[in-house]
Design a protein around this ligand. Structure first.
Ligand code: FAD
Length: 278
């Protein structure tokens, strides 16, 4: 062998390396094209990308999305799918964390850019996990971008025929962080008929004392304010409660629900299912 073949810096070797790295990457991920980006506020945006035929998911699941960076391993993060499982494209709702490795880069995303999408979806924040109690009242409790999986669940026809009541409580700090309001208000018209679940949308704006609901979710559960606003009770016999978003909110809300006699859902039995975003 001569030196040239041994040298790792040979352009031919580098090309082979790059090809094999790319091949390996594409075993796990597909490359998808961003179709549109929608800004909600300085630190919130949504994006839509192409959906490959192989990517099948259940409403409530999350995808793993990656950014390719020249000469480095891709940065990959979990993202709940916003879209209906029946949609032709995939939509996601993102925070911008100013120093965040992923979102500080994702913030400059535009139509035509490419993102990696791991080939399989993940997660158990899905309605299939509930067997007992049987579906009656569904409570979807979100902070911030934790709204995302509930948007997908609400765009699945089966949820509307399975439950008699659906409550979506969506907590944000300020009015400008309240995203998807028009879409949420349009869901009953699109997905429900006269036999379907009654739907109550309860926005909570914690830094707006004039908002109809402005206390944190655990407080609103403890003082009965959430149930009064929803017009139905929370109880172990009829409530399925899903929590998603800020881990502190998830913990405190879970404890407030347990104090009311509700239990964690395990092996199909129990009321509460949770997903922490960090
Ligand atoms: P990171 O280094 O990942 O996070 C830095 C810090 O930013 C965290 O410690 C936390 O304080 C804060 N942070 C992270 N994510 C959020 C958030 N969503 N809202 C407010 N503060 C946050 N993020 C989304 O924006 N949309 C989603 O649909 C989404 N789905 C997720 C699903 C799952 C199962 C999990 C585990 C996480 C999900 N996340 C989602 C969080 C996401 O994976 C990243 O953490 C986020 O994109 C920030 O990445 P980063 O590298 O910029 O910062």
């Amino acid at each position: 062998m001569n030196d040239q073949t041994l040298s790792p810096a040979s352009p031919i070797d580098l090309a082979l390396d790059t090809d094999s790295v790319t091949d390996k990457l594409l075993e796990k991920y597909s490359r998808e094209t961003v179709l549109s980006v929608r800004r909600w506020s300085a630190n919130l945006f949504s994006f839509v990308m192409t959906r490959p035929a192989h990517f099948r998911f259940t409403a409530g699941q999350f995808a793993r999305i990656g950014l390719e960076i020249a000469g480095e391993a891709p940065i990959v993060r979990a993202y709940s799918v916003v879209s209906s499982p029946f949609a032709e494209t995939l939509e996601f709702f993102s925070i911008v964390v100013p120093d965040g490795a992923f979102t500080s880069r994702l913030n400059s995303l535009k139509a035509g850019d490419q993102l990696l999408l791991e080939r399989i979806p993940y997660g158990y924040l899905t309605l299939a996990r509930y067997q007992e109690p049987v579906p009656q009242d569904l409570w979807l409790l979100a902070t911030g971008t934790g709204l995302a999986p509930f948007l997908s669940i609400l765009q699945d026809f089966s949820v509307w025929s399975s439950y008699r009541n659906i409550v979506l409580a969506y907590s944000v700090r300020s009015d400008d962080e309240l995203a998807y309001v028009d879409e949420i208000n349009s869901y009953p018209e699109i997905f429900a008929d006269h036999n379907s679940a009654a739907f109550k949308f309860l926005p909570i704006i914690t830094r707006n004392p004039n908002a109809a609901l402005h206390a944190r979710l655990p407080v609103l559960i403890g003082n009965g304010g959430l149930e009064r606003a929803a017009g139905i009770p929370l109880n172990p016999y009829s409530s399925h409660v899903m929590l998603c978003g800020n881990p502190q909110m998830v913990d405190d809300t879970r404890n407030a629900l347990k104090a009311r006699g509700l239990t964690m859902n395990r092996r199909g039995v129990g009321n509460i299912a949770v997903e922490n975003y960090w």
